[in-house]
Structures are given as C-alpha cells and as structure tokens.
Design a binder for this molecule. Structure first.
Ligand code: ZN
Length: 289
C-alpha cells in the first residue's frame, strides 16, 4: 500500500518535470521495445528465438562479424529474420505519446537508443533528433572496406529464410561498389569491423546539442527500460544529467524500469518501477488532464 502510494507520488513528480521541461531526452533500451512485443535478444536467446537456441547458438555466436565471413547464409538468415520480425511489429502507443509531447508547447524531444527496431523514426521522429547508438540493421556495409558508403537494404527484396535451419535461401547481399561480401551495418556483440561513418554523425549532433544547450533550459531525461547488462544507455543518461547540473542548469533524471528501478539519491532523481507502456500512459494522463 505504501509502495503504491510512493509510486503514485513519484509519478506525479515525474509528470510535472516532463510538463515543465524545455528539453526532454528519451534514453530508450530493450524495455521500451519489449512492450511492443519485440524479443529482447540479450534477455535470453531461448526466449527471443527458441529455434536458434535449439540449433545451439547464442546471441554472441549470431551477432558476430566472424559468422559473416565463415557462414554468411546463417549470419544473413538470422539478421533478415530479425529485420522482418521488427518490420512486422508496430510501435506501441508509448512511442506515439512521446511524439505527441514533441509537438506540444514547442518542447524539444530528443532520443538516444540502442534499439535496432527503428520505432522512433517509424512514429514520426526525424533523424536529426534520434541517435541510434548501435547503428542500423536496415543498412549494409562492405566487408572489403572498399570505401563504399553504407547503403539501405531492401528487406522486401531479400531471399526467404529457412526457419528450421535459419539459412538464407538465396544469394546474400553484396557490396554495391565492389561486389564483395557485405554485412549489416550495426554494432555486433562480437565486432571489430563496424563501419561507424553514419553513427558518428548522429553522435556528434547529439553531443553538440547538449554541450551548447543554455543552462536556462530545463532538462528532463527519461530513461526507459535500460538494463545493467549493457549499461551504456544508463551511463549516457547520467552523463547528460550530470553535465547540465555541473554547468548550473536544472536536470531531472527519471528512471522507468520494472526490474532494476534503483537510482542514486538526489532531489531531482525519480525512480518509477513500472513497464514502459504503463508508465508513459499514466504520465500522459497526468500531463494532459
Ligand atoms: Zn565494397
């Protein structure tokens, strides 16, 4: 009962901070996509894709540069299956709520995410406001590093995949420039060859925006479903908050996390032990009432 009361209080504070913020940074991890029905591959391959687990493959075996060299049919079979899963899943209402907030009161809503589902862009956010830290699995890069710029994959034109073996049933994509082997242009779990040309542009845009942000602007960082296994989003959310505070600005850090809600004690830190969708819907009701 007390805990429910505390969550209610925290929710009221969080809604007020979002309402008053000039700039809202959404840091979205796997917990954001899970509510749309997307599998969390890092949460366990046996849950995300039982067939891959039966074949005896872990996420580290599959999300691996070497697999593209040794067994491109399996590497592409896995990634094309994921791309199709993600394309067939609609962004949940929480994404639309965030997008609506960006349209009201000229509030600037920016996004940093490690998710590969493109759901923010599909909801209407522009590339200028979204920093996809792990790049895009909808783009390919040359494995010969011939100098070709990463290019967009036409998922619909890709061959089918045998879902029993996860092997691609046709020729894998080749480099547009040199006809050499290609791979997805995203940061793989085991990687040393990712072409970061595109992501560096987005990273610079994100960093410059917050570095040059006036301290008179009130910031709220809404960290949603970011786990501790791959903690880079949590660190980035905390860094933006700390930098703005250090420069004399006001920044609130709101952590929405059903399983790992703990946040450091600070008068402007708020923890909401809820799922992404529930938290955003409740907050939206409070803001629009
Ligand atoms: Zn090439």
């Amino acid at each position: 009962m007390n805990q429910q009361h505390d969550v209610g209080e925290a929710m009221l504070r969080a809604a007020q901070c979002v309402r008053n913020a000039d700039v809202l940074l959404v840091a979205a991890g796997a917990g954001m996509g899970v509510d749309a029905g997307l599998p969390d591959y890092y949460g366990g391959i046996h849950l995300a894709h039982p067939r891959l687990a039966e074949i005896g493959l872990s996420v580290y075996d599959l999300s691996n540069h070497t697999l593209f060299e040794r067994n491109p049919m399996l590497a592409w079979g896995h990634w094309i299956t994921r791309q199709r899963e993600y394309s067939n899943t609609l962004p949940h209402v929480g994404y639309h709520i965030l997008h609506a907030w960006s349209k009201s009161n000229k509030r600037n809503v920016r996004v940093v995410t490690t998710n590969l589902d493109r759901h923010f862009l599909r909801t209407g956010f522009t590339v200028d406001n979204v920093f996809e830290m792990h790049g895009s699995m909808h783009d390919a890069q040359c494995m010969n590093r011939c100098g070709a710029h990463p290019w967009a994959l036409d998922i619909k034109a890709m061959p089918s995949v045998d879902l029993n073996t996860m092997l691609l049933l046709g020729p894998p994509p080749l480099c547009m420039q040199c006809d050499g082997p290609a791979r997805v242009c995203t940061q793989l779990a085991v990687d040393g060859h990712w072409d970061t040309t595109q992501v560096e542009v987005a990273c610079r845009r994100h960093e410059t925006f917050f570095r040059e942000l006036s301290t008179e602007r009130v910031v709220a960082v809404l960290e949603i479903g970011c786990g501790t296994v791959m903690a880079k989003l949590r660190k980035e959310a905390a860094r933006i908050v700390a930098d703005h505070r250090t420069r004399g600005g006001r920044a609130t850090h709101i952590r929405i996390n059903l399983h790992q809600p703990h946040i450091d004690e600070h008068e402007d830190n708020i923890s909401l032990p809820l799922g992404a969708l529930e938290a955003l819907c409740t907050m939206n009701q409070l803001i629009t009432d």
